[in-house]
Write a protein that binds this ligand. Structure first.
Ligand SMILES: Cc1cc2nc3c(=O)[nH]c(=O)nc-3n(C[C@H](O)[C@H](O)[C@H](O)COP(=O)(O)OP(=O)(O)OC[C@H]3O[C@@H](n4cnc5c(N)ncnc54)[C@H](O)[C@@H]3O)c2cc1C
Length: 394
């Protein structure tokens, strides 16, 4: 049976950027090209978090742009937030993550926190003073995060946390982290809770730092909690609210991952396009050959389609649309898939030079891969989409 309501949600919408959105795109593009691009190859090589770039992002208002004004943010609309993500990722996804991981880590506070928690923690992030990480994944709990084993046991006015988180972006550079832990041994969804954790708490340790294929300037580490005390006032919402908060956070963050895909694909595409006009073989620019033209055209089509899907999903999630989870998954999955396809084709357009570190497209191809993996693999996104399509929305 075809779910007509879901199909209607998939229908297209016309779209036009406002003058303000175009201006913000221009400002972020100029910043990215002037500040980030000259450092990208070196940051990729050294695999160290680019503190100097982060500081300049904060000074120029890019870190705070996506947050509500009442907590020191720029208060921009969801499409403008996607434009910020796209433009930073177009030059360097790894550097983009310097401010984007904050938005993931702090989303549980914005969605589930009380006023005092938001005033205390969100303002420290918007001011650029502290970074915020997101601690969900564990060795045995990736796609199926209900397999989490980190425990939080209440003792008086504190919770005692024990456990280990894996693959946590910026775990070693963030002073704030939202951490998901079991507050009950039973296997149900209500057993999961979410806490705001300060890295200065005794018992908070950073473990192994990963050596990665891409996004190498965005450091990824293990987080270990050994009898770490967390004040009870740092619980987000109530005990048992963790599963809902994680799902809702991912709905909000997935269009942004789609935007990362669109951005990195756009950067690689522009580079390949220019190269095809300049590189000559058989006495003419390679862009004159139909096989190369077909690659460039297909790249452009995929990017354009993914971009509109991302803007639609970001708006749908912010408006709490009934089908927001499907829209978020469509945008994340398609944005990630085309990022991988387009960056791989960009390497192909550059031939042997594309395979060398002389040009940025090989880095973009390595960076793009992560958009198919984190915040729910693209297989998991397809599972979410197919549930909506086949079973309808309940
Ligand atoms: C660089 C990097 C940064 C990250 N940052 C963070 C972070 O900041 N915070 C955080 O909490 N996590 C983070 N992660 C973790 C990331 O979200 C997980 O790696 C991801 O969700 C997949 O989990 P997994 O690695 O355990 O893979 P698994 O769940 O073990 O999956 C392995 C394979 O099986 C497939 N699979 C699993 N279940 C199904 C199914 N039901 N149907 C079909 N296929 C399935 C997957 O698609 C995948 O191909 C990060 C990971 C990386 C690599």
């Amino acid at each position: 049976m075809i779910n007509q309501a879901v199909l209607r949600e998939l229908e297209g919408s016309t779209f036009q950027l406002t003058e303000e959105q175009k201006d913000i795109r221009q400002v972020v593009r100029e910043f990215s090209e002037a500040v980030i691009a000259p450092r990208s190859a070196e940051v990729d090589e050294t695999a160290k978090f680019p503190w100097d770039i982060y500081k300049q992002m904060a000074e120029n208002g890019l870190v705070s742009l996506p947050y509500p004004e009442e907590y020191g943010g720029g208060g921009v609309d969801p499409v403008t937030e996607c434009i910020l993500v796209e433009e930073l990722s177009r030059v360097d996804l790894s550097a983009a993550l310097a401010c984007l991981v904050n938005t993931l880590g702090s989303k549980p506070i914005l969605l589930g926190g009380n006023e005092a928690q938001k005033q205390k923690y969100i303002t420290q992030i918007t001011s650029g003073e502290k970074l915020c990480a997101f601690g969900l994944t564990e060795a045995g709990a990736g796609s199926d995060f209900m397999g989490i084993r980190t425990r939080a046991v209440k003792k008086g006015d504190k919770y005692i946390l024990n456990g280990t988180k894996l693959f946590i972006s910026h775990a070693n550079v963030s002073e704030i982290c939202t951490v998901f832990a079991k507050t009950s041994p039973d296997p149900g969804l209500k057993s999961l809770s979410c806490f705001i954790v300060d890295s200065s708490s005794p018992g908070f340790k950073v473990g192994k730092i990963e050596h990665k294929l891409g996004i190498r300037g965005s450091e990824t580490a293990e987080l270990i909690f050994e009898d770490m005390e967390v004040p009870a006032e740092n619980l987000l919402g109530s005990e048992g609210a963790g599963w809902k908060l994680a799902m809702s956070t991912l709905d909000h963050s997935r269009p942004g991952v789609g935007a990362q895909g669109v951005g990195v694909a756009q950067g690689a595409f522009e580079f390949a396009l220019k190269y095809a006009q300049e590189r000559e073989q058989f006495g003419q620019p390679i862009g004159n050959f139909e096989a190369v033209q077909n690659m460039l055209v297909t790249m452009a089509m995929k990017i354009e389609a993914a971009r509109l899907l991302v803007y639609k999903a970001a708006t749908s999630v912010t408006n709490d649309n009934r089908e927001k989870s499907m829209h978020a998954s469509l945008a994340k999955c398609y944005g990630g898939d085309i990022a991988m396809e387009v960056t791989t084709d960009a390497v192909q357009v550059l031939g042997g030079y594309g395979f060398t570190k002389e040009f940025p497209v090989e880095r973009m191809m390595r960076d793009a891969k992560i958009t198919q993996i984190y915040e729910g693999t693209n297989q998991v996104q397809r599972m979410v989409i197919s549930r909506h399509l086949l079973k309808g929305y309940k």
